[in-house]
Design a protein around this ligand. Structure first.
Ligand code: ADP
Ligand code: MG
Length: 505
């Protein structure tokens, strides 16, 4: 039921079963497990294909193997139900083969703690049951009783459907700069517009990870509420879960009927909405709402046209309003975001002091996204509290070292690759997408395909589609060919390397 979608069986992973019981050093046991778990992942990927694997297994993590049971965690309750319903046997088989887990698998929803907050304590009712996966627990689509509802913290407020919003993600705390000014302006306008008027419908916000999509759309939800509007906020997972729950309890009305009374529907991470019937329901819902003059806001990690697994009609409906991108955070923006994070931490820890030079240094070093800036702030605080030392350039540097090392390269778009490669080889992008097979076109096309595979997370079939509807075997052939050529031809190697760097800068 919609009102109860939020009631998840949150599990405190940190206080879960201890690996110490295995009699191994924690580090060694964890490393061995991680390796075996990687093998399980490889098996699943090989067996199910990249698309299925990345949809359902990419976010499964191993917590520990205890007394022959592999404890796995997933980010959402929906994913847990889905895996239990569809992949329990397969997971069990591979875990039994690769991990020391003859008694099966236990799946639980992992707690996400923000800003170093303590995870919610585990109540007996929420403790993970160590089930024998040979008889997987029935998928519980009926919501848990209200008592299991996680207590709303001081940071939380609820939308019209009971989804918890994070009060800290407000317009006031959103730092505006060149890369997000347009998205911010559109967001404010929508939140303040009178109910029944929908300025840009839908508003489609897209950006790479950690650039503020969720923050901005949560701010819309909260501000719109303050303007007296009825708001429904969903993540893709929750939307899907709500849909599946509605289906199972047959008497339930379709989503669009349930949402009839709202003024504003917000869906985060729409790229994760999977499955034909769920997408159809999603399509019906947005159509009905748009036709009734209700505002829709969605966020995604890519352009509407790039939602490869989404039905074409829905894609074009999503593209029919205003699509705005949030760009990379420039240095000035990062300094301000980090500054405000540190300020918030200082409010709670009065002895914690960071001077502005250190803030600037850290914001310069952590060039990726807001999520990593949050991480940096938390690490610096942890460092300062543990060592009791004042924060210097050196301690800050040590605290954020791992963040800087693992920073992700810029998000590269296939279209950018095609354009750059076309310019470099004096052909047009249309040539690259065309059927032509002259050498002058074939080589740049293959290089572009190779770069698309190397620099984007897209699968081979997706890349094929983006290169004029080619088959994935064609892409694979191109990737292999260029890989080989690069190994043999120094000049080509340097050239492709330069293209890579240009795209990633
Ligand atoms: P996304 O949903 O795009 O992956 P989030 O909205 O979760 O990113 O942002 C990641 C973190 O960075 C959050 O803590 C968010 O508050 C912070 N953040 C991102 N952009 C800004 C901004 N412009 N101002 C303040 N905080 C920001
Ligand atoms: Mg997000």
């Amino acid at each position: 039921m919609l009102e109860q979608i939020e009631t998840g069986d949150f599990v405190d992973v940190a206080s879960g079963p201890s690996v110490a019981k295995l009699g191994l050093g924690k580090g060694a046991a964890a490393a061995a497990e991680k390796e075996s778990w990687d093998r399980v992942r490889r098996r699943l990927r090989a067996e199910l294909g990249e698309d299925v694997f990345s949809s359902w297994f990419a976010r499964v993590e191993i917590c520990a193997v205890v007394e022959g049971v592999a404890h796995l965690t997933v980010p959402t309750r929906f994913l847990k139900s889905w895996l239990e319903a569809h992949y329990a046997e397969r997971l069990r088989a591979h875990c039994t083969a690769e991990l020391d887990a003859p008694h099966g698998v236990s799946l639980s929803v992992r707690q996400v703690a923000r800003d170093g907050a303590e995870p919610r304590p585990e109540s007996p009712a929420q403790r993970p049951r160590i089930t024998d996966a040979r008889a997987p627990a029935a998928v519980n689509v009926e919501a848990a009783p209200a008592a299991a509802m996680p207590p709303a913290s001081e940071h939380d407020v609820m939308d019209a459907c009971g989804t918890v919003l994070d009060r800290r993600m407000s317009f006031q705390s959103f730092v505006v700069g060149k890369s997000n000014a347009l998205a911010f302006a559109a967001a404010e306008r929508i939140a303040a517009a009178p109910a029944g008027s929908a300025p840009y419908n839908p508003l489609y916000i897209h950006a790479g990870v950690g650039l503020g999509k969720t923050h901005l759309i949560q701010a819309i939800a909260q501000d719109a509420r303050q303007h007296g509007k009825r708001v429904a906020y969903f993540t893709a997972d929750r939307f899907m879960y709500g849909f599946v729950a509605a289906l199972k309890s047959q008497t339930a009305l379709a989503f669009k009927e349930k949402l009839r009374g709202i003024d504003l529907l917000i869906v985060d991470d729409v790229q994760f909405i999977q499955g034909r019937s769920i997408q159809q329901e999603f399509g019906h819902t947005i159509n009905a709402l748009i036709d009734a003059g209700k505002q829709i806001v969605v966020a995604a990690d890519r352009l509407p046209g790039d939602l490869e697994t989404m039905e074409e009609r829905i894609r074009s409906r999503l593209a029919g309003g205003l699509a705005v991108e949030i760009g990379e955070l420039d240095e000035g923006l990062r300094v301000k975001i980090l500054g405000s994070r540190l300020e918030a931490l200082q409010a709670a820890h009065p002895t914690f002091q960071v001077n502005p030079d250190v803030t600037t240094y850290v914001a310069r070093a952590v060039a990726t996204n807001g999520r990593d800036l949050d991480g940096a702030a938390n690490r610096i605080l942890a460092h300062a509290t543990l060592t009791g030392a004042t924060v210097t350039m050196e301690t800050a540097e040590a605290a954020i070292r791992d963040l800087v090392r693992t920073r992700e390269p810029r998000r590269v778009k296939i279209e950018e690759i095609q354009k750059l490669v076309a310019t470099r080889y004096n052909v047009s992008r249309a040539d690259i997408l065309s059927e032509r097979r002259t050498a002058a076109v074939v080589k740049p096309r293959q290089i572009a395909m190779y770069l698309a595979k190397a620099l984007t997370p897209r699968s081979l079939p997706e890349i094929g589609r983006r290169f004029g509807g080619r088959d994935h075997t064609t892409v694979l052939h191109a990737v292999r060919k260029i890989e080989k050529a690069i190994g043999e031809d120094r000049l080509l190697h340097d050239e492709v390397d330069l293209l890579k760097r240009m795209l990633q800068e």
